[in-house]
Design a protein around this ligand. Structure first.
Ligand code: ASP
Length: 438
């Protein structure tokens, strides 16, 4: 039995949490491979080491040397080593790291040093080998995992019963360190799980799994005990940010389940994420609700659009020219809408003009400041009347639905409302499917 355990920033935040982590690992000998994040916040208002590293990079770029931010980082690591009583020459390690940061002059390299240092410390603390992700995780120019990675990791881990692997980075095509996007140690954990053919990928964090809804909107929402990979993908893409939205890809291909666990409440069951094949949904039709604000909807109407060859193609050409990706594209017979993250539309007027020139619509409407709410659950397709319940609940709160998109998988229904109505709508939907007595 092999379990790969990834520990997030709060689990690495100080020496006391390191002791917790050690206990968690010792309780279960199957927990053999450990992937670590850089130390995160210890309390609200505290800094994450990775954020301090991004500031360090700016300081080096401006002044040629590491500065105040690196001094803070060094203090953090010194106190971790001291509190957990780790036998490591931390001064030498910090000195080497500062020199390497100044020499490499790379943002990704600098940002990766939090995981690198934490990995070295954790390996010394547990008395097991450290593996530098640079040697084994190979990434292409877009930051996608190169297929060589799995063979390299497998080779490197062959015969090593246990190891600590630094999360968040690998090596890019030019032999330079490349990081994933923020929170990317989750992806590293999934890569290690796949390479080792793990039975389980445990992702240890500071919450007891996924919640059915954002706790900042609904007080103490229900926990989600199990999710399918596809449900997870929908929810995490739409803002449920317990796990990096790309972390499922490596494990999904190998059918390895993921369990989200809480380092600070290890007895809690957490959330189990299971392969789609053979997934048996729970009793509720809806598994979870997630959402995001700030989308723009470009709505087009034209008689006989359905018969006009290449209509959507021409609109998409305009979007491509401006390097814009769209999120959803709900269609009617003579209508089509493009839902786009508003941040991608700094030149909205130009884009609008070019779309008009490309397809001559009868009508074009741009609806700004739209929030999308995804109602996700495998159970929805098997139950009659779910949409009726959803839309009646929204109607009862007096919110006008501006857009509806039901994915062809019937796994999710996406509802667009004005930003200002976002929280109210989420609460109404939650009450309908998870409220008391439901
Ligand atoms: N330390 C990185 C971040 O703060 C990566 C991670 O923790 O997963 O984004």
């Amino acid at each position: 039995m092999i379990k790969v355990c990834k520990f997030g920033g709060t689990s690495m935040a100080d020496g006391i949490t390191l002791l917790r982590v050690k206990n968690i690992l010792e309780i279960d000998p199957a927990r053999r491979y450990v992937v670590v994040s850089a130390p995160g916040r210890r309390f609200s208002g505290d800094s994450k080491v990775t954020d301090l590293l991004y500031s360090t990079y700016k300081e080096v770029k401006e002044g040629g040397h590491v500065g105040e931010s690196f001094t803070k980082i060094a203090e953090r690591f010194r106190s971790i080593v001291h509190e957990a009583n780790v036998a490591i020459d931390i001064e030498a390690l910090l000195y080497e790291t500062a020199c390497a940061i100044e020499r490499e002059e790379s943002e990704d390299f600098t940002a990766s040093r939090g995981e690198f240092l934490m990995g070295r410390i954790m390996a010394a603390f547990l008395g097991i080998p450290f593996i530098d992700a640079r040697d084994v995780v190979k990434l292409d120019a877009q930051g996608r995992v190169d297929a060589r990675t799995y063979a390299l990791l497998k080779d490197r881990l062959h015969g090593i019963g246990r190891a600590v692997i630094a999360g968040f980075y690998g090596e890019g095509p030019e032999g330079r360190v490349k990081t994933f996007s923020r929170g990317g140690s989750d992806v590293s954990g999934a890569i290690v799980a796949r390479a080792t053919g793990a039975d389980l990928y445990e992702n240890w964090t500071d919450v007891s799994g996924f919640l059915a809804c954002d706790p900042r909107i609904v007080a103490s929402p229900s926990g989600i005990k199990k999710l399918s990979y596809r449900e997870l993908r929908e929810l995490s893409y739409m803002g449920a940010n317990v796990l990096h939205s790309e972390a499922i890809f490596p494990v999904r291909e190998a059918g390895i389940p993921i369990r989200i666990k809480n380092t600070f409440r290890p007895e809690d069951e957490g959330t189990c994420i299971l392969p789609d094949k053979g997934f048996v949904p729970g009793d509720r039709p809806v598994t979870g609700i997630a959402g995001k604000k700030n989308f723009t909807v470009i709505y087009l109407e034209k008689s006989l659009m359905n018969a006009e060859i290449g209509f959507a193609y021409r609109v998409l050409e305009v979007l491509k020219r401006h390097n814009i990706s769209f999120e959803h594209m709900p269609t009617g017979i003579d209508t089509i809408s493009f839902v786009i993250d508003s941040e991608q539309l700094p030149d909205l007027e130009v884009v609008e003009r070019e779309i008009v020139e490309a397809v001559h619509p009868d009508k074009i409407n741009v609806i700004p400041a739209i929030a999308l709410i995804a109602v996700v659950g495998h159970g929805m397709s098997r139950n009659v009347g779910i949409s009726a319940r959803l839309f009646s609940a929204i109607a009862r709160t007096g919110v006008n639905v501006r857009m509806i998109d039901q994915g062809s998988s019937e796994l999710n229904i996406i509802v667009g409302v004005e930003n200002v109505h976002y929280e109210r709508t989420v609460r109404a939907v939650y009450d309908e499917f998870f409220g008391e007595g439901k």
